[in-house]
Design a protein around this ligand. Structure first.
Ligand code: JFZ
Length: 449
């Protein structure tokens, strides 16, 4: 990092820590920062079936759901223009008022099978749901806290029926778990005294107890997705993250862990730090990007969309770009408090799914395509001797030259089966239509020597 970037990051971290610490005097309308990259020196690329499964999945859905969906970004008639799951801090909500949300949380329209069917239709291969976000509210009835679904009128575990419904659809299950906890009495953002240290040690044990519940009582969990490592208490004591990682692996040997389990000193199995942005070029490590459909809210926000809703086409392009750099893509939804998913999200997921139903073979199980000089808006993925050219920007002429390839045959993927295309000189697709056949992106599936 440059000096300026380091300084910026330090300032941001302080800002985040103090926001969590003081229950929020800060202006949270700007993005918070965890953009610091983890140390890659210890990284070894995993070569086992569980990790290969994670890689092959490529496309997942992230779900931010909790009691913050009730206010939906509004507090006392005021819109809080920031991530809805941060409202306790961003809206300066007194703890007692926030806690009063629990007796109102009653997702009577929660239908996990319908969710799973929607995710399947979207073409998603895995799901990562917030089991506990920074506010500390748990979506399952944990033995180790009452600040959970058991303390709501709904009472029933939200995770188990979802995990079962997902597996029934052949979708892998992932759990998000926040290291930050604004509710737990022993959580500390900063350790100043011996008493703080003792409390924090109890908090770490609490996290382990909860993680054991999540990893041993919910069937096979593909990935645990940690978040909130930026507070000094965690990040200046790297041994804590190291131990936590080892503990998770002892409970579940094949578990896929991102770098946010660690205090920036390791990427663990993959770099999960691409938050609402993609890397500029292919990282050396396995990696995953997570993306909001609006500008910057993960939990349900009734009104604030910032720069607006991303189009299904743009979301597919981001997915393609991830695959073309050998990375995974998580697209986020924030269900309403009653358990329904808003139409803006449903429509986008279904639209992506219609494209993937035709073109999925160019995404799933692929890796970065061969190094080619491709025009803007054109990307390549590959699986063995098959290369997939994803055309988001239709060429200006009826030819597409792919210098450096030795094409033996080529087809165009369509909803009515693959169509043959003409190849010239082994490196040029010719006779292109005057407008793109696919409203999202047209895929040329090539066999190459
Ligand atoms: C965190 C959370 O604070 C947020 O609520 C949401 O859950 C998101 C997925 O993760 O926010 C982050 C994390 C990382 C960065 C920015 C915000 N980052 O890497 O820049």
């Amino acid at each position: 990092m440059t000096k300026t970037a380091t300084l910026l990051f330090l300032l941001l971290s302080l800002f985040v820590a103090s926001a969590a610490d003081t229950n929020g005097q800060a202006d949270l309308s700007k993005s918070l920062g965890d953009a610091h990259r983890s140390d890659t020196r210890e990284y070894t690329r995993r070569a086992d079936a569980a990790m290969d499964q994670w890689r092959a999945d490529r496309f997942g859905i992230m779900i931010h759901w909790g009691v913050y969906a009730i206010p939906g970004g509004w507090w006392n008639g005021q819109e809080v223009k920031y991530a809805a799951e941060w409202i306790k801090v961003g809206g300066h909500v007194p703890a007692a008022d926030y806690d009063a949300l629990l007796p109102q949380f009653n997702p009577t329209n929660y239908h996990p099978q319908a969710w799973a069917k929607l995710f399947k239709a979207a073409g998603a291969k895995y799901v990562v749901i917030t089991t506990k976000h920074h506010d500390g509210f748990c979506l399952w009835d944990s033995k180790f806290t009452d600040y959970d679904i058991g303390g709501t009128p709904w009472k029933k575990d939200l995770l188990r029926p979802l995990a079962e419904a997902l597996r029934a659809e052949g979708i892998d299950v992932g759990f998000y778990y926040s290291i930050i906890d604004w509710h737990h009495p022993d959580f500390r953002a900063v350790l100043k005294t011996a008493a703080d240290e003792a409390a924090y040690a109890r908090y770490i044990q609490f996290m382990k107890d909860q993680i054991k519940e999540l990893l041993t009582e919910y069937g096979p969990i593909m990935t645990l997705w940690f978040d909130g490592r930026w507070d000094p208490a965690y990040k200046t004591n790297p041994q804590i993250g190291k131990d936590l990682e080892a503990y998770c692996r002892s409970l579940s040997p094949g578990l896929v862990l991102g770098d946010r389990v660690r205090a920036y000193d390791s990427v663990a199995d993959y770099d999960s730090g691409f938050e609402r942005r993609l890397p500029k070029r292919k990282p050396e490590t396995d990696w995953e990007a997570c993306m909001t459909m609006t500008e910057n809210s993960w939990g349900y926000h009734a009104s604030w969309t910032g720069a607006g809703w991303k189009t299904p086409r743009y979301l597919c392009e981001l997915l393609t770009r991830c695959s073309a750099m050998s990375g995974n893509f998580l697209v986020n939804i924030g269900p309403r408090a009653d358990g329904t998913i808003r139409p803006e999200e449903t429509q986008r997921l279904e639209h992506m799914g219609r494209w993937l139903a035709v073109n999925g073979e160019a995404i799933y199980g692929t890796e970065a395509g061969p190094a080619l000089e491709l025009p803007d808006g054109i990307y390549a993925t590959r699986r063995g001797n098959r290369v997939f050219i994803h055309v988001y920007r239709w060429p200006d002429t009826d030819k597409l030259k792919l210098k450096g390839l030795n094409i033996t045959s080529a087809t165009l993927l369509t909803g009515h089966g693959p169509q043959p295309v003409v190849v010239e000189n082994g490196d040029t697709i010719s006779g292109l239509a005057q407008s793109p056949p696919d409203d999202i992106a047209t895929i040329f599936a090539l066999k190459v020597k």
